[in-house]
Design a protein around this ligand. Sequence first.
Ligand code: MG
Length: 383
Amino acid sequence: MSGHAGALAPYACDPARSRGRRHAEPPAPTRNDHQRDRDRIVHSTAFRRLVYKTQVFLNHEGDLFRTRLTHSLEVAQLGRSIARTLRLNEDLVEAIALAHDLGHTPFGHAGQDALDECLRGHGGFEHNLQSLRVVDRLEQRYPDFDGLNLTFETREGILKHCTRRRAEELDAREPGGVARRFLEGTQPSLEAQLVNVADEIAYSAHDIDDGVRSGLLTLEQLEAVPLVARYLAAARADHPRLAGRRLLFETIRRLLSQLVYDVIDHTGERLRQLAPVDADAARRAPPLVGFGEATRAEVVALKRFLFQALYRHPQVVAKTNAGRQVVRELYAAYLAAPSEMPADYAQAVDLPRAVADYIAGMTDRFALREHQRLTGRAVFADA
Ligand code: MG
C-alpha cells in the first residue's frame, strides 16, 4: 500500500495539493492525506458490515459468492493496478474504491429501491448519496466531528451520481463542494473516473464467475457473448484438456487482464493527446479514463447479457423481491415503533430519514433477524 511521492503524473491528484478536509486537522506524521482517508475507511463500522451485504447473491446463499466487501477489494486491486501504470494516485484510488459501496443497503439494489419507495416525497434514497452520508455524518468515532472527515478528493469520488436537484441542495450546504461538478458539467478526478471503470470491470468478471457457480449461468450461454467467447476459445486452444471451473477461471483471468490493458492503452493515449496540465485541467476535459470504443461496445453487450440472464433470472428476482419486502416491512415497523431502534435513531428530528439510515446500515442477516423479531415471520427458510 505504498505511496508514489514524486512519481505522480502532472494530472494525478497530488495529496500535497489536496483541497483538504471539512474540519481542519494537523497532518499525520507518516501518511499522506489520501493514505489516511483509506485507513479511516478500513477502520470504519460501515466497512466491516460490507462483508455481510449482498452483491448479487444474498449473503446466506453461499460462502463463496462475492459480497460487497470482496467486491470492493477487487475494485481496489484493479484500480490500483491501473493507477500505478498510469502514474495516477494509487492511494486515492484505493480509498475511493474501498468506500464506493458503503451506502448500499442490505439485499443489494432491491433494498435501495424499497427504501427509495418508502422515502418518496421525503427526498428518496440513493446509495451514492448514502455512501457520502456515511462518511460525512453517520460514522461516529471522532471527538470533534461526525463522519470520517475525509478529503475533498475522496468524497468527490464517492459521490458518483447525483441528480441536479440533489446537487443544488448539497451545494447550498457545502458551496463549491463535491456536488458542484454536477451543476457545472465537469468530470471528477481521473482517480474517481478510474474507480468507476474498475467497478465495471470487477462486477462484469465476477458476476460471470458467481453466475456459473450458482448454476444460473452455463458456459454454453457464455459462448454466445463475444467478449467471453473469445477468451474461452483462447483458453481451450492453449489448454485443450482444461474443463469445468479451471476453464472458467482461465477465461475470466484472460478477460480481466485484457480489460485492464485496454483501459491502460486507451486512457494512456487520450492522456498523451490531451496532456492536461494538472488535476483540475483533467476535471475540465471530457471523460478520459475508459475503454477503447470496440471494447466498450463488447462490455456493454456483456452487461446486457448479465442483466437478462442473471440479474433478471427468476431465482434471483424471487430472492431480491423477498429482500425488498423485508426492507419495506422493517421501515413500517420502525416508523410505527421508533423505540425498537437504538436511541440515537429513535430520537432523531427527522424520523423517516433516521429509519432509512438505520436500515441502510444493516447487514442482510441483521435485517432478517430484526424483521423476524418485529413481524414474527421468517422470510427466508434457509437463512
Ligand atoms: Mg461497486
